[in-house]
Design a protein. Structure first.
Length: 272
């Protein structure tokens, strides 16, 4: 492509597409944007299908998964950059029954793990979703307990948007954040996982990347790997604000970023 620039950013390992019904474009559209954005690779990580009714309103149906595989193949064949096959899979109690064997059956390069809901099945809507509000301390406690449980499953490669509760307010003072987050970060480190710098928070209410500089530093101190993700729900968001994300990574002491192929990880130096 004549107007492409040499890669100056890490790969974008968090993108969606139209199959989830709240994003625009095909994986190929995201792949075409990557070189324009300065990214050498892009991972398709659309919301993972479930077989138990969890979150069916905002993800592909299980029988649409072959169409997802075909769309990623199309992007690989025609796209100007490396295209990885991934999913963003929710962690919730009981998800292992479906997820563990299903992830094994497909040739994924990477799997993002997310906690979007605290108690999805609860009858009490106050205890149901991160967006429904409630006592901030309770929300953060429950949230980080689930992030720790997510890590313990060993099913995921990267924790997505590590401090997502801030999207919905939930103010927390740094000492309490530390108290609640460190045990979860220890479990992420023990699992050999990475976290991502997710730039979507810059255009959402937090007006800041996920996670915060404190969390990034604590992750760095534990040897946790790092990836970069736009969480793009539109192709033009691929690689968005990665200059800002790189500066955050360096300020937290990171010198490397993690790359994946068929779920094998390697750490490469951050771009100069
Ligand atoms: Zn989404
Ligand atoms: Fe997410
Ligand atoms: Fe996402
Ligand atoms: Zn996300």
């Amino acid at each position: 492509m004549s107007n492409s620039t040499p890669p100056r950013f890490p790969p974008d390992y968090h993108t969606h597409n139209l199959l989830c019904r709240h994003a625009d474009g095909q994986p190929l559209d995201y792949a075409r944007q990557a070189p324009l954005a300065g990214c050498p690779a892009v991972a398709a990580t659309d919301h993972c299908p479930t077989d138990d009714g969890f979150g069916t309103g905002h993800r592909m149906a299980l029988d649409q998964f072959p169409a997802y595989l075909a769309a990623v193949e199309e992007a690989r064949a025609a796209g100007p950059v490396t295209v990885l096959l991934g999913v963003e899979a929710d962690y919730y109690p009981g998800c292992e029954r479906f997820l563990a064997p299903w992830l094994e059956q497909h040739p994924f390069d990477l799997v993002l793990g997310s906690v979007h809901f605290l108690d999805y099945w609860a009858a009490n809507p106050v205890e149901r979703s991160l967006s429904d509000g409630g006592d901030p301390r309770w929300i953060w406690e429950q949230y980080f307990a689930r992030i720790g449980a997510l890590a313990d499953t060993g099913l995921y490669d990267i924790v997505a948007h590590l401090d997502l509760p801030k999207k919905f307010g939930n103010p927390i003072d740094p000492a309490l954040l530390r108290e609640l987050a460190l045990p979860a970060l220890d479990r992420i480190a023990r699992a050999g996982m990475a976290i991502e710098i997710n730039t979507s928070g810059l255009v959402q209410p937090p007006r800041a990347c996920y996670p915060s500089p404190d969390l990034l530093r604590w992750a760095r101190e534990r040897g946790i790997g790092l990836t970069f993700g736009s969480d793009a729900h539109a192709p033009q968001r691929v690689g968005a604000d990665f200059d800002h994300a790189l500066a955050l990574a360096r300020a937290a002491g990171f010198t490397h970023h993690r790359v994946f192929a068929r779920r094998a990880a390697r750490d490469l130096p951050l771009p100069a």
